[in-house]
Design a protein around this ligand. Structure first.
Ligand code: TRP
Ligand code: SF4
Length: 404
């Protein structure tokens, strides 16, 4: 797997810590659904990651896992284009975690912001554990075992992807130079034929000595086109081009999700811990009730008081769901007391229900048929494992573990 092929692959995961809500839909799932058409995607349930913090309540995992997968399917994630799987069913992640831990400097895990933050912020459980310290190394293994070049995540996860890049680089630096790397690379160059070999050398020099990015890309394209070279040689050609050794674990990048923050029922960010969510598969009656009882501009007590949309949580939801015409109607009607809050909420309720309608329909077939969901996940696990096994073999061999 070269850096270039890795760029076509996406991996992302979620911890099964509860039912998904509209914040997850707008912030993450809509993006997954777009990406699944553009990349080779792998999506997984990070159940081991859930255990790093919730190790004392294992009973919550099972139900959350299946409900979360149903939420994904309901939202439109398509298991035909993206395998959906469960981390703990692909034990290769754990072996890579162990192997990567050998080369992970303690200082790297200790300085990860989420580690320090959560240790001090979370008081209702003890996070001073070996497992929690290893959280980012496990996450690096999740990513690197699929040699995924792209990781769609929110801002809070960027330091983890950053550490993954550093670990990959360190790994390649330590293990990417198999003995006689240069000799093997030169031999691989010859296999492309005289003309190509000459071009390769010229472009490599142009990149390494002049920093010419265009030459690097042209040379990469040339390697890509070669039909009759082995995978090992291909990797060597890519690695040698950039001056170093073989790239065993490509460095991923974070694909930042650019969704606006989803407001909850109280105007704060939608989050389970604020108790202000609308679930992805909320019953229509409950959607209705939740929005109907939302607090509005506190200054607007009676129907004929005027209000200010800028301080109203309801208007924040209009910003997500309504077009300009409706928003103008709200601004005008609110500030002149022309409309009441009940009128104002009506189009919002309709918009949320309409958005959820296809999700409810899709979910129905899965809710009544757990075997169908389990079958989809079993298939996803098989596909994921195939890929994971391949990477692990390369890693074992690079680390001197493939002797017989
Ligand atoms: N740590 C991520 C979160 O809390 C979940 C996760 C685990 C993940 N492994 C991953 C995300 C690999 C992306 C890639 O949201
Ligand atoms: Fe809020 Fe709409 Fe009522 Fe104005 S009319 S206070 S924007 S709910």
């Amino acid at each position: 797997m070269s850096q270039i092929e890795a760029q076509k692959r996406v991996l992302s995961g979620m911890r099964p810590t509860g039912r998904l809500h509209l914040g997850h839909y707008h912030g993450v799932l809509k993006n997954w659904i777009k990406l699944q058409h553009e990349y080779e995607c792998f999506f997984f349930v990070a159940d081991w990651h859930a255990l790093t913090t919730h190790y004392e309540d294992p009973e919550v995992i099972e139900d959350n896992v299946w409900q979360m997968v149903i939420d994904w399917l309901a939202a439109g994630v398509n298991p035909g284009s993206a395998p959906l799987f469960i981390q703990s069913r692909v034990p290769e992640h754990a072996e890579l975690h162990l192997l990567l831990s050998m080369i992970t400097p303690l200082a790297w895990v200790e300085r990860v912001p989420s580690f320090k933050d959560q240790m001090t912020r979370i008081n209702d459980r003890d996070l001073a554990t070996y497992g929690f310290l290893g959280y980012p190394v496990l996450q690096s293994s999740d990513i690197l075992i699929y040699q995924a070049g792209n990781v769609p995540v929110g801002q809070d996860q960027v330091p983890h992807v950053e550490m993954t890049r550093e670990l990959a680089r360190r790994f390649n630096h330590i293990y990417g130079r198999d003995s006689g790397f240069e000799v093997l690379a030169e031999a691989a160059i010859k296999k492309m034929g005289r003309r190509n070999a000459k071009m390769y050398h010229e472009m490599r020099r142009d990149y390494l000595e002049q920093g010419n990015q265009a030459s690097l890309e042209r040379a990469q394209a040339m390697i890509q086109e070669q039909q009759n070279i082995s995978l090992g040689d291909r990797d060597r050609l890519f690695g040698y081009l950039e001056g170093g050794g073989k790239v065993i674990l490509p460095e991923p990048r974070a694909l930042l999700t650019e969704a606006p923050v989803m407001p909850g029922l109280d105007g704060q960010k939608m989050s389970k811990s604020y108790n202000n969510i609308i679930r992805l598969r909320e019953e229509p009656d409950d959607v209705n009730k939740k929005i109907r009882t939302m607090t509005t501009d506190p200054a607007r007590v009676r129907r004929n008081d005027t209000g200010n949309p800028d301080v109203c949580p309801v208007f924040k939801l209009h910003e997500i769901y309504s077009d300009e015409d409706i928003k103008d109607w709200v601004r005008e009607g609110c500030t002149s007391a022309g409309i009441g809050c009940v009128d104002c909420k009506k189009p919002l309720i309709d918009a949320v229900l309409e958005e959820q309608q296809p999700m409810r329909e899709r979910a129905e077939q899965y809710e009544g048929n757990p075997d169908l969901v389990k079958g989809i996940v079993a298939e996803g696990c098989d596909k994921a494992r195939q890929v994971a096994k391949g990477t692990l073999e390369e890693v074992r061999s690079a680390m001197g573990l493939s002797y017989r």
